[in-house]
Design a protein around this ligand. Structure first.
Ligand code: NAD
Length: 480
């Protein structure tokens, strides 16, 4: 039996501790945490336990990598620290799991691409959904050709009104300059999945959207700066903070409530709402990221794909619809249900889906429509021990993707394959470029010629990146 993989973790927050640290705790035969860095003493203690070395800053830990001798590093720091930390880990020659987004700006991404070229850095990016049973089943159906040639892909990212208010109005991802545009922070997963299913980079990217609602002019009359300051709209405002953190989530002590601070008693929560960012009126925050955005992608094969992301949804999950020349697929990530309609009388579900994919089960087969075509329903379940999801309905850490990625990453550390295939920077790069192209399009650039645009972008990496996230005008085709 192989010895457990020795991991150093930079950032002991929601991802470092609750997602990846939890997997390590439940898989002591596969991995062990030997060092942790976090300035938050409580988080540091909680993840380091009694055995791991502790550091108050990631730089202190990285400086001692030679002595600590971990097999790999998990970079689960705030977005703005990713590139500096990943560069330092790459220079130390260690494989890493780098949280998404790999970099929060196009300039930082081109920097990181340069580091990968220079050092051969072995970077797996945290695109956890590729490792969720639901998306593996979808991909197996598509890859086997069961749907024929793909015509359309529609992904709907229902962010959930409460989740959007938490993360993208009051929280860490509210402001583009401080973090990144919503299309990157929230939907680089979706763009990655579209890219993965399409099998190629897009030819064009066009995107529209705006910050429609969470603006001062939409504040109810007399709304104070904080919900706790006697807001007259408390009873009917969907975003009234105490209703979420004190009532709906009163029994939750993990994510997202941990963001309130260390004291999660009712009094501690109330104090956090009175003082901290999560008690702010959603109409009086320093947010600027889009609250709804639709992106249209066209691929060389003729396939077109749309991604709709909206704050204004009841659910906090993804819907998927794929049409192909020989079939159709509908999926709902939260329930795990995937319906596959096969138009040809000889249409079959691929063997790769039936029986060989962990967590995927065929629950119903029948016929439908005027021609009696075959219709199958699959359900993809996260493993029972996978952690809680991010919303109050909380289903298994990214539908089992968090666990799936850790399982694959630790296996790849043992096999020496981090940095190749699905665990590589190269495989994640297009999704990030697609996000920046979409934001560039949304900001008024119209239809972006992705090939020319991304070519110009990688060129700027070798020439030295600029300060902003906008490529040269000459690489962009204006919408007619
Ligand atoms: N893969 C996914 O689906 C997914 C989901 C959510 C977040 N993320 C990404 O994961 C990363 C972490 O997000 P999170 O939700 O865990 O945030 P978090 O705020 O819960 O955790 C970040 C941790 O880093 C610590 N930290 C800050 N500065 C530090 C420093 N100088 N040295 C060491 N530690 C430091 C913070 O104290 C905190 O504990 C972000 O980049 C985020 O965008 C990815």
């Amino acid at each position: 039996m192989t010895a457990p993989v020795r991991l150093a973790v930079l950032g002991a927050g929601g991802r470092g501790a609750d997602a990846y640290g939890r997997w390590v705790r439940t898989h002591p035969d596969r991995a062990r945490i030997v060092a942790v860095a976090d300035p938050d003493a409580a988080r540091l203690e909680a993840l380091a336990g009694t055995t791991a070395a502790r550091y108050a800053d990631w730089t202190g830990l990285v400086a001692e990598l030679g002595r600590l001798r971990p097999d790999a590093v998990i970079v689960a720091l705030p977005d703005a620290l990713h590139v500096a930390a990943a560069t330092a880990v790459a220079d130390a020659g260690l494989p890493m799991l780098l949280e998404k987004p790999a970099a929060p700006t196009l300039a930082a991404l081109t920097d990181l691409a340069g580091v990968v070229r220079r050092t051969g850095a072995r970077i797996a990016v945290g695109h956890v959904l590729r490792f969720a049973p639901f998306w593996r089943a979808v991909r197996a159906v598509v890859e086997a050709g069961a749907l024929g040639d793909l015509a359309t892909i529609e992904v709907r990212e229902n962010i959930g009104f409460w989740h959007f208010a938490h993360s993208f109005v009051r929280g860490n991802w509210r402001n583009t300059a401080e973090s990144s545009p919503m299309v990157l922070a929230k939907t680089c997963h979706d763009l990655d999945l579209i890219r993965w299913l399409a099998g190629s980079a897009p030819r064009t990217v066009a995107s529209e959207g705006s910050l429609l609602h969470f603006r001062p002019e939409n504040a109810p009359d007399g709304a104070p700066a904080r919900c706790t300051d006697g807001c007259p709209a408390a009873a009917d405002c969907p975003f009234y903070a105490p209703r979420y953190y004190l009532d709906a989530l009163r029994d939750v002590t993990g994510h997202p409530v941990t963001m309130l601070g260390g004291d999660l008693s009712p009094a501690g929560r109330l104090a956090a709402l009175r003082r901290g960012p999560y008690g702010r009126c959603v109409y009086h925050c320093d947010n600027d990221v889009a609250d709804h955005q639709q992106t249209l992608l066209r691929f060389p094969s003729g396939l077109t794909a749309t991604l709709t992301a909206s704050a204004f949804t009841a659910e906090n999950t993804r819907h998927l619809a794929i049409t192909g020349t020989r079939g159709q697929l509908h999926g709902h990530m939260e329930s795990g249900e995937i319906r596959v309609d096969l138009f040809s009388p000889s249409g079959r579900l691929p063997d790769a889906v039936l029986g060989s994919l962990p967590g995927v089960e065929l629950v119903e087969s029948g016929t439908d429509g005027p021609l009696g075509h075959a219709s199958h329903t699959l359900v993809a379940h996260p493993a029972p021990e996978s952690g809680p999801g991010s919303g109050p309905s909380g289903r298994g850490g990214h539908a089992g993707g968090d666990d799936g990625l850790m399982d694959a990453f630790c296996r790849a550390v043992v096999d020496g394959t981090v940095g190749s295939g699905e665990l590589s920077f190269a495989t994640a790069l297009d999704s990030h470029l697609m996000a920046f192209a979409a934001e560039w399009s949304r900001s008024g650039a119209g239809v972006v010629d992705f090939g020319r645009w991304s070519g110009a972008t990688s060129g700027s990496a070798s020439a030295g990146p600029g300060q902003d996230s906008t490529p040269q005008d000459s690489t962009v085709r204006r919408a007619r």
